[in-house]
Ligand binder design. Sequence first.
Ligand code: HEC
Length: 160
Amino acid sequence: MQRSQRNTLLAIIVLSGLVLSPLAVSHYDDKEPAQSYRQSWFAMMAANFGPMAAMVKGDIPWQEDQMASYADQLAALVTLDVMRGFADGTDKGTTRAKPEIWENKADFEAKMNDLTKAVDALQTVANQGTDRKAIAAGVGATGKACKACHDDYKSKEYLY
Ligand code: HEC
């Protein structure tokens, strides 16, 4: 394909995306890039963790390959620097992040590190594949790490 054709095709793909999916576009608020960044990261975490928890609960069938794949994706996500999204001055805007985060940054970061450790352990055990009890325990430990932080630092409602 020639370059100009390729550019036209790209433009069509981009434009149709804008027209067809206004919700997806509005996830990124360019006036609040840090807030958008962290919220998108949490959304991706939940999109991978949700089905893992559902498999453990028996809400959907347990599939070992999917379990390992979601665990790999969680592990990839925790390599991103989500703390960028909690830079100073980003405590306002469309957010559920409580102001206490910026008052207790060290504790907040420690809870983020606890999550990283839980996810890395879960990735290891999920890729071994066979020990469902151990995988379920890893999912439980990861869920606890999510909850430990939410209990202290995530509001149920938008704050501002
Ligand atoms: C160290 C703290 C911390 C950990 C660990 C944590 N969260 Fe959160 N989470 C937050 C905060 C703070 C917010 C609110 C962000 C905002 O509104 O700006 C949030 C928001 C969310 C949201 C809403 C995102 C949106 O659409 O706005 C989801 C979903 C979520 N977290 C899921 C998870 C899951 C699943 C885990 C574990 C795998 C997890 N979180 C671990 C602190 C944490």
